[in-house]
Design a protein. Structure first.
Lengths: 507, 144
C-alpha cells in the first residue's frame, strides 16, 4: 500500500496548477516540434531547454518529459499520415502505419498508436514505481568499482546499439570522453586541453555539444542542395473510421508484448526506444499467424512498436534516476538538466527529492492522457504545420539555438564553440559516425574517470578489482555479451534503415 | 586509393587522439594507485589512436563506401552567421545581431528571398526579445 501512498503524493505534486500547465505546454510544444520536418526529439529538447531554466526543478523536468513524449507522438502522426518519420524510432511506424492510412484506416492507426503509447507507457510507469526504489536501495551498495563497470556497460552498449559500425560508434564514445576531460582536473587543479583559454577552464557544457551535434548538424544536413526536408504530403482524407472491437483484440497482445520488449531495452543502459521499437516489430512479425500482412497495414505492426517505444522511454528513467547512468542520449540530456538544477542523480534521489520522482511519474500519466485527448482531434492542425517551408523554419531554429546556448552561461564563447561542434558534427554524420554515443561519453566522461581513480585508490592500484567484485564482473559480462550479440546479429542491419528525415543521407 | 568513410573517420579519431596524448604529457602521469591528471587523458588518447588505426587498416584492406559530398557552401554560410552573431550580441545588442544572424544565415537556402527574410527577422526579433529579454530576463542588451 506504500505504492498507493506514494502515488497519491505524486499526483498531489503533479496536479498542482502550475505543474499541469508545464505538462500541457511541454506536450503541446513537443508535439508541434515533433511534427516539424527535420527536428527530432533530441534537437527539440536541447533547443527548448533554456526555456525551463526559469522554473523549479520539478516543473522543469515535467515539462522536458512532456516535450519528449510529445515529440515522439508528433513523429508518429507524420509517419502514419505522410510516411515521414521525425526520428529513427518512428521509421518503424511508417512500415505499417502509412499503408493503413492509404487504405483509409488512418484514424484506426492514429488512435491505435496513441492508445498503445498510453498503455505501454502506463505499464512502464508502474514498473518504474515498483522497481526503482528497491533498485536505488540496492545501488547504495555500489562502490566506485561497480559504478565504473556500469558506465562502461552504458558506453559500450551505446556504441554497439547505434547505427553504423561498432568501431565508429566506439570511436565516437572515446571522442566524447575526450571532450569530457577538457577543463580543470578536480583532483590536481591542472588545466587539461584548455590550451591556455580561460573559457575552457570549466569544461565544455554538454548543452553546447548536444545542440551542435544534433540541432546544427541536422540543419546543415537538411540544407544540402539535394535534400528535401520539405515533403508536402498528399492531403489526407479524414475518413471517420472508429476502431472496431476486432481491431482492439488484434492489437491487445502486441501492446503487452511491446511493453515487455520496451521495458527490457529501456532498463538496459546504452540502448533505448529506437532499438526497442525495431525489436518489437520483428517480434510481432515472428509471433503473428499471418506475417504476410506486415508491411501492408497490419495494426500490430503499429501498436507493438509504439507501445515498446513509449515503455522504453519511461523505463529509461530507472537507470537515469536511480543510478545516475542514462540509457540513451535523451536521458543523458535529462540527467544533465538535473545537474544544472543542482540535483545529483543517484540512489538517494528518490529519498532526498521524493516530490521530483513521484511527481514526475504521476505527471507522465497525466501527460500521456493529455496527448490522447488533446491530439487526436488536432491531427488536422498538426498536418498543416508540416507545410511550413524549411527556409522559414531553419533561421528560427538557428536563433533559438544560438540564444539558448548563450543563456546557459551568458558567455559568447559558447556560441563560437557551438559553430565548431556543428560543423564537426555535420561532417561526422556524413561519415556515418553516430552522435548519440559521443554525447553519452561527454556526460559520463568525468564520472567514469573519477570512479576509476577512486576504485584503484581503494584497491591499492590493483586493476583486477573490476573482475573480482561480483556485481562489477556481472556488469562487464553483460557489456561483453551486448557487444558480441549486437555487433554481429541481423538486428543492426535492420535498425540501419535510413529514415528520410532522421538521417538525411541521400547518397 | 579512394577516401572512404572509414578512412576519413579513422584519420580524424587518430589525429584527435594524438593531440590529446601530446597535451597530456604536460601533466603528471602518476601511477595506477594515484593517478595524476595526465594518466586518464593519455589512456583515452591512445584508445582513440588505436580505433583510428583500426578503421584506417579496415579501409585499406576492405575498401568501403566513399565519403559523400559535403555541402561546403551552406556550412560556410551558416558558420559565418553564427560567428557574426556571437561577436555582435554583446556589442550591438539582440535586435541588430538577430537581423545579422537571419540575414546571413538565410543565404544558405535557395532561392534567397530578401523581403521574406526581412519580415521573418522582424518577427523573430519580436519573439526573441519577448521570450529571452522580457520573460527569461537574460542579461542581453537590446540595443548597442
Amino acid at each position: 500500500m506504500e505504492l498507493l501512498q506514494n502515488l497519491a503524493f505524486g499526483f498531489g505534486v503533479a496536479l498542482s496548477f502550475s505543474n499541469i500547465l508545464y505538462c500541457l505546454i511541454g506536450v503541446t510544444v513537443g508535439t508541434f516540434v515533433g511534427v516539424l520536418p527535420g527536428i527530432g526529439p533530441m534537437a527539440a529538447i536541447s533547443m527548448l531547454l533554456p526555456i525551463t531554466f526559469g522554473l523549479d526543478p520539478v516543473g522543469a523536468l515535467i515539462m522536458l518529459a512532456g516535450i519528449y513524449y510529445g515529440a515522439q507522438f508528433g513523429s508518429s502522426v507524420t509517419s502514419i499520415l505522410l510516411n515521414i518519420p521525425g526520428h529513427a524510432a518512428a521509421a518503424v511506424i511508417c512500415l505499417d502505419g502509412h499503408p493503413m492510412a492509404k487504405q483509409g484506416r488512418a484514424a484506426v492507426g492514429l488512435v491505435g498508436s496513441a492508445i498503445a503509447s498510453f498503455i505501454g507507457g502506463s505499464l512502464a510507469i508502474i514498473l518504474v514505481m515498483q522497481f526503482a526504489p528497491p533498485l536505488a536501495v540496492f545501488a547504495l551498495r555500489f562502490g566506485p568499482t561497480e559504478y565504473f563497470s556500469m558506465m562502461l556497460l552504458a558506453l559500450l552498449a551505446a556504441a554497439a546499439l547505434t547505427q553504423g559500425s561498432f568501431l565508429r560508434g566506439f570511436g565516437m564514445v572515446v571522442m566524447g570522453l575526450i571532450i569530457g576531460t577538457v577543463g580543470i582536473d578536480v583532483n590536481s587543479g591542472a588545466q587539461r586541453l584548455t590550451f591556455g583559454n580561460w573559457n575552457l577552464a570549466d569544461g565544455v557544457s554538454f548543452v553546447i555539444v548536444a545542440m551542435g551535434f544534433f540541432a546544427i548538424a541536422e540543419v546543415l544536413s537538411n540544407l544540402e542542395p539535394n535534400s528535401k526536408p520539405q515533403m508536402i504530403g498528399s492531403d489526407f482524407k479524414w475518413r471517420e473510421l472508429v476502431p472496431t472491437w476486432h481491431d482492439f483484440k488484434q492489437a491487445f497482445g502486441s501492446i503487452i508484448r511491446g511493453f515487455g520488449v520496451g521495458s527490457l531495452f529501456g532498463v538496459l543502459p546504452g540502448s533505448g526506444p529506437t532499438i526497442a521499437s525495431f525489436v518489437s516489430y520483428s517480434v510481432e512479425k515472428k509471433v503473428s499467424r499471418t506475417p504476410e500482412r506486415f508491411g501492408k497495414g497490419a495494426l500490430e505492426g503499429v501498436t507493438g512498436p509504439e507501445s515498446a517505444n513509449n515503455a522504453a522511454a519511461v523505463a529509461g528513467f530507472i537507470p537515469t534516476l536511480t543510478l545516475g547512468v542514462p540509457g540513451d542520449a535523451i536521458m543523458a540530456l535529462m540527467l544533465g538538466c538535473l545537474m544544472i538544477f543542482g540535483i545529483q542523480p543517484g540512489p538517494s534521489v528518490i529519498t532526498d527529492n521524493p516530490e521530483l520522482f513521484w511527481g514526475l511519474m504521476a505527471s507522465m500519466w497525466i501527460g500521456n492522457l493529455l496527448l490522447l485527448i488533446l491530439n487526436i482531434p488536432m491531427v488536422g492542425v498538426w498536418v498543416r504545420v508540416l507545410k511550413i517551408p524549411y527556409r522559414i523554419l531553419f533561421p528560427s531554429i538557428l536563433l533559438f539555438i544560438c540564444i539558448g546556448v548563450y543563456a546557459t552561461n551568458n558567455n559568447v564563447f559558447d556560441i563560437l564553440m557551438l559553430a565548431g561542434f556543428g560543423v564537426v558534427g555535420y561532417v561526422l554524420s556524413k561519415l556515418d559516425c553516430p552522435a548519440a554515443p559521443l554525447l553519452l561519453g561527454v556526460i559520463l566522461g568525468p564520472l567514469i574517470e573519477e570512479n576509476l581513480r577512486r576504485a584503484l585508490l581503494i584497491s591499492g592500484g590493483d586493476p583486477s578489482v573490476f573482475i573480482t567484485h561480483p556485481i562489477s564482473l556481472g556488469l562487464l559480462l553483460v557489456a561483453a555479451a551486448v557487444v558480441v550479440v549486437f555487433s554481429y546479429s541481423g538486428l543492426r542491419a535492420r535498425s540501419n534503415k535510413p529514415a528520410p528525415i532522421a538521417s538525411p543521407d541521400n547518397d | 586509393m579512394a577516401v572512404t568513410k572509414d578512412l576519413l573517420s579513422g584519420a580524424i579519431f587518430a589525429l584527435v587522439g594524438l593531440i590529446v596524448v601530446i597535451e597530456a604529457q604536460n601533466h603528471a602521469m602518476g601511477s595506477l594507485l594515484r593517478m595524476g591528471p595526465g594518466y586518464y587523458p593519455t589512456f583515452v588518447g591512445v584508445l582513440a589512436i588505436l580505433i583510428g588505426a583500426a578503421l584506417i587498416a579496415k579501409s585499406v584492406m576492405q575498401g568501403g563506401p566513399a565519403v559523400p559530398r559535403i555541402a561546403f557552401r551552406e556550412t560556410a554560410i551558416l558558420t559565418a552567421s553564427i560567428i557574426v552573431f556571437a561577436v555582435s550580441l554583446e556589442r550591438l545588442g539582440l535586435v541588430i545581431s538577430t537581423y545579422l544572424l537571419i540575414g546571413i544565415g538565410s543565404l544558405a537556402a535557395r532561392p534567397y528571398r530578401p523581403l521574406e527574410t526581412l519580415l521573418l527577422s522582424t518577427a523573430l526579433v519580436i519573439v526573441g526579445a519577448a521570450v529571452f529579454w522580457w520573460f527569461l530576463q537574460l542579461p542581453i542588451p537590446l540595443w548597442p
